[in-house]
Design a protein around this ligand. Sequence first.
Ligand SMILES: Nc1ncnc2c1ncn2[C@@H]1O[C@H](COP(=O)(O)OP(=O)(O)OP(=O)(O)O)[C@@H](O)[C@H]1O
Ligand SMILES: [Mg+2]
Length: 290
Amino acid sequence: MPGKNVIDVKNVFFSYGKTPFLRDITFSVSKGEIFGFLGPSGAGKSTLQKVLTGISTDYEGSASILGTESRKHGRDFYEKIGVDFEFPSLFEKLTARENMEYFASLYSGNKRDIDELLGEVGLLEHADKKVSAFSKGMKSRLNFIKALVHDPDVLFLDEPTSGLDPNNAKIMKDMIRREKEKGKTIILTTHDMHDATELCDRVVFIVNGQMKALDTPHNFIMSRGAAKVTYTYLDDGAERTVSSLLNELSEDRVLKKLIDENRITSIHSAEPTLSDIFIEITGAHLDGQE
Ligand SMILES: Nc1ncnc2c1ncn2[C@@H]1O[C@H](COP(=O)(O)OP(=O)(O)OP(=O)(O)O)[C@@H](O)[C@H]1O
Ligand SMILES: [Mg+2]
């Protein structure tokens, strides 16, 4: 494979109709990285995943995965990549184990242990139930391990934690981290800024089919917007809340006076979140609000 990048995307344009929807997408992902697509609903995250996974092949530019140009992929392409689609695609009339056995049979290389995978996502006790009797979260978990069954080097995960309760979301996130530790390269689509901050080595902000910024969550948070301090004090028996920037605190005379007079009832400090930074850079809200 030329170079050390597992994924190399250069000047990708893609359109559903006449006007291009994805415009000039360029980025690279190296081995063992978790690379996040963060953006509001309709931004084009799943569309970009479809280009990278060889589902939408009529794009312009270049999208190379493990040295294979996505539009020219052959059957062996899917031996090396695992795709967890946004919407579960499972056989409802088959049991969880039968689904896994069926999908495993489609690949020729080494397979992972099906019961172990079912166990990891808490589905082993439901292995012999038909998928039609599964809840949404159970289907998401099964869909996720379906993408791992052939032990692929690159994982494309489209909203893997959406619709999961916090406990199951944590199980999923821990599994994603373990895949990274094994050296797998992961593309993770999300509109959840917590997931992006916790999991991703780098994140690209996507709005209206375009890349607006690309950096590590840490750099985004540290380089933009200072941390804020919010304090509450008593004023004639009523509680008042004021915010100051952390780096301007020494100039806050009101705060000094309140401390001297022992009138502060609480102080909190908070760094900007990835969601604040997203709004600052793109002008768009992650939840799609204006
Ligand atoms: N098959 C299609 N034909 C025409 N337009 C489509 C098709 N699929 C998606 N689109 C449009 O492309 C745009 C991007 O959709 P996409 O599914 O990539 O967004 P997304 O960022 O994944 O959103 P979400 O967070 O809701 O999953 C939307 O305006 C959508 O309506
Ligand atoms: Mg999507």
